[in-house]
Design a protein around this ligand. Structure first.
Ligand code: IPE
Ligand code: IPE
Ligand code: MG
Length: 236
């Protein structure tokens, strides 16, 4: 039986294990975050080479503010450094970058850099790269519900118009197809508030590899796993 090898259109990744990767090397946690950030760029290139169109990475959750000030500051510094050269690198690779999540809690200079990056890359036709920053699946749904309620209150929307499609259209991912494949590294088998609504019918792949070690071969293994799955979407 020869079936065509399927490439998932949209891959979402919970990049986990940076802290443990650093600990194994007797280094501070932020050393792991830096290595993890560098690995995101590698995987963006490999994903595009494989034919993946959308890649969404969970970089910072609404719960990650609970970490020490030192760690949060370290992550924000890595983010600032990434943003400094992101426009140039994204345009070179024809990559469109978008940020999902509640960005108003981020520092003003970071928000400005994100807005500029999105604007400068919006017409790029290569990889559609989405970064989830201060993102929570429940927060995404909560903000959507608020917007919908406001539109109903203003008379712009009727209650009968609140369909699944209407809710999808009010999420941060409104113009991005739902992920086909969700990958979580580092051995944890949970969603940790990632894309709660959007992952309803995605295939899940978990591996023990820590994120900074997740390379081209690991990505290929995940896509191989995806190929072995039979997506029925409730049918037979
Ligand atoms: C994932 O790595 C990156 C972020 C959540 C920012 P962790 O920092 O969660 O690494 P572990 O899970 O402690 O090893
Ligand atoms: C999920 O990882 C969040 C990100 C990868 C950004 P965490 O390491 O924060 O999740 P828990 O605490 O193990 O559930
Ligand atoms: Mg973790």
């Amino acid at each position: 039986m020869s079936e065509e090898y399927k490439i998932p259109q949209h891959v979402a990744i919970i990049l986990d294990g940076n802290g443990r990767w650093a600990k194994k090397r007797h280094m501070p946690r932020n050393f792991g975050h830096k290595a993890g950030a560098d690995q995101i760029e590698v995987i963006c290139r490999e994903a595009w080479n494989m034919g993946i169109k959308y890649l969404t990475v969970y970089a910072f959750s609404t719960e990650n503010w609970k970490r020490s000030v030192e760690e949060v500051t370290g992550i924000m510094t890595i983010l600032r450094n990434f943003l400094e050269t992101a426009i140039e690198r994204s345009n070179r690779d024809n990559m469109r970058v978008r940020v999902i999540g509640e960005r108003s809690r981020l520092d003003a200079d970071i928000i400005k850099a994100i807005n500029e990056l999105e604007e400068a890359t919006k017409n790029n036709t290569g990889l559609q790269f989405n970064i989830a920053l201060n993102y929570g699946g429940r927060d995404d749904i909560t903000r959507a519900v608020r917007h919908i309620a406001e539109e109903v209150k203003n008379g712009e929307l009727q209650i009968e118009d609140i369909t699944e499609q209407c809710i999808s259209d009010h999420l941060d991912t409104h113009d991005i197809p739902d992920p086909d494949l969700m990958i979580r590294t580092s051995g944890e088998i949970r969603l940790s508030n990632f894309l709660t609504w959007q992952l309803s019918y995605s295939e899940f792949y978990f591996c023990d590899t820590l994120w900074p070690d997740f390379d081209k071969e690991e990505l290929k293994k995940a896509v191989d796993y995806y190929n072995g799955r039979d997506r029925r979407f409730g049918g037979v």
